[in-house]
Design a binder for this molecule. Structure first.
Ligand code: PAF
Length: 281
């Protein structure tokens, strides 16, 4: 595996792979890699001949200075980990390399980016699109891999791809969970032992809510309220939102059939997100 920190070096490596007729896959990450990222890389490995993993904590997508400052940075361990799973290039640039000048682009992302994370974290998705569009430009991948834990992010990136008229395929990969159900996240390491012990209840409450649909409870508002009430009743958790939405538009679901429930929970100063799919009736 080659570790590259310049855009020029990255372009050269990818050009050589293209010249050799290889299918190029990109896995964009912000590092602090865990089994969730590895599952994206494994999928990319299966479907592509040349796999680039970017490791870059993108400042433009953080709307909270403390979150940016405390975001885990573990480049050495990340490289050691992905070396074992057949990555061709780890792209680990500096901020100056990615943003030689401030990125002032504003993407017209529409309603998909206005709800949930878009409403709670102003500018977040614009920042995600700034960096992801740059990575797509640097690598020009055939396929790019994203985890469904950030369900809304995938919808926003699809919208950006449409806006920019890009040809690549966006591959959505299922959420990876700990054995106790907690969705894998780079932020989990910031939970105290007590918080970590109760954090799996987020998924438990969501899964129970989904099972109610099989018992005939299908009212979207009622189901939404139940999740909020149950999670807020757990000492140490505070729900920022629980929204049951249409999986494509991300707008409030008209029917529970095929909808997705997206949650954000604060545990102290750690913000965890998760989601769950409701059955198609
Ligand atoms: O999902 C993430 O880790 C980031 O938002 C991404 C896609 C790597 C862009 O910085």
């Amino acid at each position: 595996m080659e570790i590259i920190s310049t855009v020029k070096g990255l372009r050269t490596a990818v050009a050589a792979a293209r010249q050799a007729g290889k299918v190029v896959g990109l896995v964009p990450t912000m590092g602090a890699l865990h089994a969730g990222h590895l599952s994206l890389i494994e999928r990319a490995r299966k479907e592509c001949d040349f796999v680039v993993v970017s490791i870059f904590v993108n400042p433009t997508q953080f709307n909270n200075a403390n979150d940016l400052a405390t975001y885990p940075r573990t480049l050495e361990a990340d490289c050691a980990l992905i070396e074992t799973v057949g990555v061709d290039v780890a792209f680990a640039p500096t901020v100056e390399e990615v943003y030689p000048e401030p990125d002032t682009r504003v993407f017209d992302l529409g309603p998909v980016a206005e709800v949930m994370e878009g409403a709670m974290r102003p500018g977040h998705f614009n920042g995600v699109c700034q960096v992801v569009s740059k990575l797509f430009d640097f690598v020009n991948p055939d396929k790019a891999y994203f985890g469904e834990k950030d369900f809304q992010q995938i919808a926003v990136i699809r919208r950006m791809v449409e806006l920019l008229g890009l040809k690549l395929e966006i591959v959505a990969c299922p959420i990876k969970r700990e054995a106790d159900g907690l969705a894998l996240s780079s932020r989990n390491v910031r939970l105290s032992a007590e918080q970590r012990a109760i954090a799996p209840q987020i998924h438990e409450v969501l899964a129970e809510n989904v099972s109610l649909v099989d018992e005939g409870i299908t009212d979207v508002d009622a189901l939404q309220e139940m999740v909020e009430t149950e999670l807020n009743a757990i000492d140490g958790m505070e729900v920022e939102y629980y929204e049951i939405v249409d999986p494509v538009t991300l707008q409030p679901a008209a029917t529970i059939s095929g909808a997705v429930g997206c949650v954000t929970v604060w545990m102290g100063d750690v913000r965890l997100i998760d989601n769950i799919k409701y059955p198609t009736l």
